[in-house]
Design a protein around this ligand. Structure first.
Ligand SMILES: [Zn+2]
Length: 91
């Protein structure tokens, strides 16, 4: 398996699956981050700064992930803060 990760005993669950927007010769594209992930009690974060928080923790803290401003608005109507994949709120 071609892989530049330093540790080859990591399984796929330990690689960041966040889609990153980029450009190549064909124009806009996305790719999986695939940086090594560090697990914590509330979720996990990768070496490039992406973070994922478990659903039960999000619910207890009153926020959830929203993929766009429309979804964030729907969450807001329920009193839930919509947060982008990078961890910053939409509004
Ligand atoms: Zn990442």
């Amino acid at each position: 398996m071609p892989n530049t990760a330093p540790a080859d005993d990591q399984d796929l669950d330990d690689l960041c699956g966040v889609l990153v927007a980029d450009r190549d010769e064909d124009g806009p594209t996305t790719y999986e981050c695939r940086a090594l992930v560090r697990h914590t009690n509330s979720g996990y974060s990768c070496a490039r700064g992406h973070a994922h928080t478990y659903a039960e923790v999000r619910a207890s803290e009153g926020w959830d992930y929203a993929s766009d401003p429309v979804e964030a608005e729907i969450l807001a109507q329920s009193g839930v803060i919509g947060v982008r994949a990078d961890g910053h709120p939409w509004a």
